[in-house]
Design a protein around this ligand. Structure first.
Ligand code: ADP
Ligand code: MG
Length: 393
């Protein structure tokens, strides 16, 4: 990586402001229901503790609208982090008051202070200069470890980097190095398997990946648009009529480049999208009144075989409406094939990650990205603003 990380600079005993991605799901009692993102930040926090740093952590949580709202307080996160570290995590009431500045100043070597939700400030999402300056004043060095927020140019991800030296944390570095390797020096055969609801969400990803991969597998709702562009009748399936030409263009590009583009050869269809629906497996045209809601067993097996025989696989987007058991088979088969693949397997996208966790194979995956939106933008070939703002090596 061409950006400096916490290992490239002397941090001994420094006061360090760290942007983490603690935007975790909470239940109605405000318990953290999935602490993956908190765990993912532990190696950076531990490293900073070992360096004797005074550690000031900040993150956003949910989407408060620029003012304090108790339901978006970082309190449950502080509690969970403290349990994971077996250590006190001090909690600030806000980010910029005199009292918070004092708390930051009084931290001792190895101590941790968690600021309140950065989105309690309207300036955060506007990358406001004043807010950035105030946040930056809390530390001597800025560490960005929030890969999941790196595609946003906010005060806590980009603005602060103008005022104090800014370097990457270990999680950010890992995410970037895995994804960069996939785009720049992939092991081959390299397979991308892209699904999810809509082509429109992932056009730019398809357009970029078609230039890089050996196999491009398309499943999920977005396959419907590709199938229709080949002349298959999709009846009531989700199809984006305005993307038919684009689907055709991507397919032509794949042909020109010699990329093996695979679409489902069979589909699970139903009249309704619910647990009670009567399902059928069909090949070819979808009968009137029906929708394609999952890839069929023959497609799933064909996709699985390619995945198992790849040296590198990148998966984003479920193969069907996996939230409903009747339409989850295709996604499950793909998740298992990912786990069985001996090459490197990378998964990005909130729903795809939820799917591998549901199937129980997450531990067999080489890299599960903590940032859905950020990983997509990276795979589109974009420079993430939170990364661009960091010091070069
Ligand atoms: P990710 O979060 O992994 O990037 P997306 O958000 O792009 O994935 O897509 C996930 C959604 O796509 C799921 O809610 C799923 O129900 C939906 N989906 C998948 N296949 C179909 C289909 N055939 N018809 C309608 N929706 C689908
Ligand atoms: Mg999603």
């Amino acid at each position: 990586m061409n950006k400096a990380t916490i290992k490239d600079i002397d941090l001994k005993e420094k006061s360090v402001l760290v942007r983490v991605d603690f935007n975790v799901p909470l239940d109605s009692q405000r318990n953290v229901t999935d602490d993956t993102r908190i765990r993912a930040a532990l190696s950076t926090i531990q490293y900073l503790m070992d360096q004797g740093c005074r550690i000031i952590l900040m993150s956003h949580l949910g989407r408060p609208e620029g003012k304090y709202e108790a339901k978006y307080s970082m309190e449950p996160v502080a509690k969970r982090l403290s349990e994971l570290l077996h250590k006190e995590v001090k909690q600030a009431k806000d980010c910029t008051s005199q009292e918070t500045k004092q708390m930051a100043k009084e931290l001792k070597s190895g101590e941790i202070l968690l600021l309140e939700n950065t989105r309690f400030y309207p300036g955060e999402t506007k990358n406001d200069k004043e807010l950035s300056k105030e946040l930056a004043a809390l530390g001597e060095v800025f560490v960005n470890d929030a890969f999941g927020a790196a595609h946003r140019a906010h005060s806590s991800t980009v603005g602060v980097a103008e005022y104090i030296p800014a370097v990457a944390g270990l999680l950010l570095e890992k995410e970037l190095s895995v994804l960069t390797e996939a785009l720049e020096t992939p092991a081959r055969p390299f397979t991308a398997i892209i699904g999810g609801a809509k082509v429109s969400d992932k056009i730019a990803v398809l357009e970029n990946l078609v230039n890089k991969v050996d196999n491009l597998i398309i499943g999920g709702g977005m396959a419907n648009t590709f199938l229709k562009s080949r002349g298959v009748n999709m009846a009531d399936s989700l199809v984006e009529e305005d993307k038919l030409e684009l689907a055709k263009a991507i397919e032509e590009k794949a042909n020109t480049l010699g990329v093996n583009l695979l679409l489902p050869v069979d589909m699970v269809i139903a009249q309704e999208m619910n647990e009670e629906a009567q399902t059928q497996v069909i090949r070819g045209d979808v009968p009137e009144g029906y929708k394609a809601l999952d890839i069929g067993p023959a497609s799933a097996e064909a996709f699985a075989q390619i995945i198992r025989n790849s040296a590198l696989v990148l998966w984003n987007g479920p193969m069907g409406v996996f939230e409903i058991d009747k339409f989850a088979r295709g996604t499950e088969v793909v998740a298992k094939a990912m786990a069985e693949c001996e090459g490197k397997t990378i998964i990005g996208g909130g729903d795809s990650v939820a799917a591998v966790e549901k199937v129980g194979v997450a531990h067999s995956i080489y890299h599960i990205s903590t940032g859905g939106g950020a990983s997509l933008e990276f795979l589109e070939g974009k420079v993430l603003p939170g990364v661009a703002a960091l010091k070069d090596k």
